[in-house]
Each structure stands twice: as structure tokens, then as C-alpha cells.
Design a protein. Sequence first.
Length: 159
Amino acid sequence: MRIGVISDTHGILHPRVSEFFREVDSILHAGDIGDAGVLRQLESMAPVHAISGNADAPPLAALPQERVVVLAGKKILLCHRALEKERILPEVLRTLKSKRADAVVFGHSHIPFSGILNGIFFFNPGGGGRKRFALPRAVGILTLEEGKDVQGRHYYLDR
């Protein structure tokens, strides 16, 4: 199963997102959506699971701040903030302990990240909308297969 991962669109969906999400089975948006129109655009590509981020105003602020999505037998914790200087935030550790997720998908920093922390795969796709400072704009694809670890890859939108 291929899962498109995006975060921090802030009301704008980069035109190349549809190119990378063309054949995904589902899409995860890790908050700071910015405009419901972004979700409608993504929903035209595949089913979307989204959460609110710290910059989301109503009605998007009514979305959950975190959720666990089960896809291809894998539990994925979707939250906006998960790390601070590559340290897992205490609230995320508590959720991981109770929910026993296989992976964490997050956003907030606009910085692409992929790594194993405390034995769990963490993935930040980077920002998929507005350019922020000198950070690259990016999205990700997770590959989920039963019996295998979650894998992720970044795709850079400005290249």
C-alpha cells in the first residue's frame, strides 16, 4: 500500500503534489492545512486522514489534534508536533505507550525527517505548501506491507 504524506500546506497545495500522489491508496495530512479547499483537492486524489495543526483556525481547528490511522495492518500515529531537537515530546511518548503505533507521521517544522527513534519509525514530509525560509518544499510516500517495517521516502517539489 502506498500512502501520500503531506503537512504544513497553509492554504496552498503545491502544483506538483498531484504528480507524486497520483497512485496512492490514501493520504495523511499532518496539520496546518490552512484552508478546507486543500483537503478537497487532496480528496480528489485519494481518501484523506487529517488532523489540525497549531495554525489551523475554525473550522479546521475542529479536526482532532492527533489520531491513530490503521492502514495495511499498520498503526500510524498522526500528530502535528512530535519532536523537539530529535527528542520525542512527552505527550507523544504517552500516546505511543497507550496506542502502540508502528509509525509516527508529523509536521510543524517544515523540515523533512525520516528515522527510527525508540524503535518506532518517525516521518515528517516537510512543508507541502508555501515556501518557508530556505527550507525545501516536500511531500512523502510511505510504503506499507504486512510483515515488513514501514518505509518512507521524500519527494522534493521544487526540483
